[in-house]
Design a protein around this ligand. Structure first.
Ligand SMILES: C[S@@+](CC[C@H](N)C(=O)[O-])C[C@H]1O[C@@H](n2cnc3c(N)ncnc32)[C@H](O)[C@@H]1O
Length: 315
C-alpha cells in the first residue's frame, strides 16, 4: 500500500520520519527520497537480524538523509527516541505483525507450513518465553483464553484440551506437531472453512509470545506525544484486534475529554490532539492483493496532529 502510505505521510524535505517497524525496509527505502535533502530517518525493529540487513540497504542509498537504526520494541518508544536526542518527529509509520523473511525462515517457528522448533519470538535475543514454553506451561483455561482472544478461534477450548492431553505424553516442540494437533482437535466439517485450520492458533500464540497488542497500545500512545504539530501517523494492521486498537486510539485522540457523558463538567482536562483521522480504513486494491497475497487483510489508518495545541486555540 505504498501509494496510500506516501499520500498519508505527506513527507517533505528535511523532515524527521520514524519507521517503527523497519522490517526489510521496503517502505523506508521507497520513502527516503521524500525527506531529501537533509531529512532524518529513524528505523526501529525488535528483530536484530532484520535491523542489520535493513540498515545495510538504507546506508547504501541514504545520500544526505541521516539514518538512525534502533534495535528495540516500539512499546519502549520513549526510551528509543530519547537516544536520538531529537526534539520531535514529523511522521510515524507502523506496519504491524511479522515480515515475509520472518515467515519464510523455518527456524523462526512462525509458519505452520514448515517444520521447525516452536519459537515465534521476534526478538530471540531477549530470552523471553518461546511458543513451546507457553504451550507446555500454561494451564488449559489460560491456553483457551489466548486462542479465543488473540486468534478468535471458536474451537479454542477443544484445542487447549488436546494440547494439555498431548503434553502429558511428551512436551510439544515443533510447528508440525502443533499444526497436526490443531487439525485433530477441530471437527472435520469445520476444517473445510477458511484456509489452514492452524492459522488462528499460530496467530494467537505469536501475539501472546511477543506481547503484540500491549506494544501497539504503548507505541501509538507515545508516538502521538512525540509527533510535532501537524505531524502524521500511519498504521497498517493485519487483523481486527490490531485494527480495533488503532481505531480507538485515533478516535480518543480526536475526542480528547474522557469524562463520562453524564458528567456536567470536564474534570479530566484532556484536550483533543488529533485534528483529522481516517474514520474508515483504506484497503489494498484487488491488483495489489493479487500481486502480494500477504497484503490481503491489510487495513491502513492515518491521523494528523493539530497544528497547535487546541488548549491554546481555546484560550
Ligand atoms: C510487516 S513487517 C514490516 C515490513 C516493512 N514495512 C517493509 O516494508 O519491509 C513488521 C516488522 O516489524 C517488526 N516489529 C513487529 N512488532 C514490533 C515491535 N513491537 N517493536 C519493534 N519492531 C516490531 C517485526 O520484527 C518485523 O520486522
Amino acid at each position: 500500500m505504498l501509494h496510500e502510505v506516501r499520500a498519508a505521510l505527506a513527507l517533505g524535505p528535511g523532515e524527521v520520519f520514524c519507521d517503527c517497524t523497519l522490517g526489510g525496509a521496503g517502505h523506508s527505502l521507497a520513502l527516503l527520497h521524500d525527506i531529501q535533502p537533509d531529512g532524518r530517518l529513524i528505523g526501529i525493529d525488535r528483530d536484530q537480524q532484520a535491523l542489520d540487513i535493513a540498515s545495510q540497504r538504507i546506508t547504501a542509498t541514504a545520500g544526505d538523509v541521516q539514518f538512525i537504526g534502533l534495535h528495540g520494541n516500539f512499546a519502549d518508544l520513549d526510551e528509543l527516541l530519547l537516544e536520538t536526542r531529537l526534539p520531535g518527529v514529523d511522521a510515524f509509520l507502523f506496519d504491524f505483525g511479522v515480515s515475509s523473511p520472518q515467515l519464510d525462515i523455518p527456524q523462526r517457528g512462525f509458519s505452520y507450513a514448515q517444520e521447525a522448533p516452536l519459537d515465534m519470538r521476534m526478538d530471540p535475543g531477549q530470552h523471553t518465553k518461546t511458543a513451546a514454553e507457553l504451550l507446555n506451561s500454561l494451564n488449559e483455561t489460560e491456553l483457551a483464553w489466548i486462542l479465543r482472544t488473540y486468534g478468535e478461534e471458536k474451537w479454542a477450548a477443544r484445542i487447549a484440551a488436546f494440547v494439555v492431553k498431548a503434553r502429558q505424553l511428551h512436551p510439544l516442540q515443533t510447528t508440525g506437531e502443533l499444526a497436526e494437533l490443531v487439525r485433530a482437535a477441530i471437527p472435520a466439517s469445520a476444517r473445510r472453512e477458511g484456509g489452514n485450520p492452524a492459522k488462528r492458533t499460530f496467530q494467537a500464540l505469536r501475539i501472546a509470545v511477543n506481547g503484540e497488542l500491549e506494544a501497539i497500545e504503548s507505541g501509538l500512545e507515545a508516538a502521538l506525544r512525540w509527533l510535532n504539530p501537524a505531524g502524521r501517523i500511519v498504521a497498517i494492521s493485519y487483523h481486527s484486534l490490531e485494527d480495533r486498537i488503532v481505531k480507538e486510539h485515533f478516535a480518543r485522540g480526536a475526542k480528547g475529554c474522557v469524562c463520562p457523558p453524564q458528567a456536567p463538567l470536564c474534570v479530566c482536562g484532556q484536550v483533543p490532539i488529533i485534528a483529522r483521522y481516517a474514520h474508515k480504513p483504506l484497503v489494498p486494491t484487488s491488483a495489489e492483493k493479487q500481486d502480494n497475497p500477504r497484503s490481503r487483510s491489510a487495513k491502513l489508518r492515518w491521523a494528523v496532529k493539530y497544528q497547535r495545541n487546541v488548549a491554546e486555540d481555546n484560550s
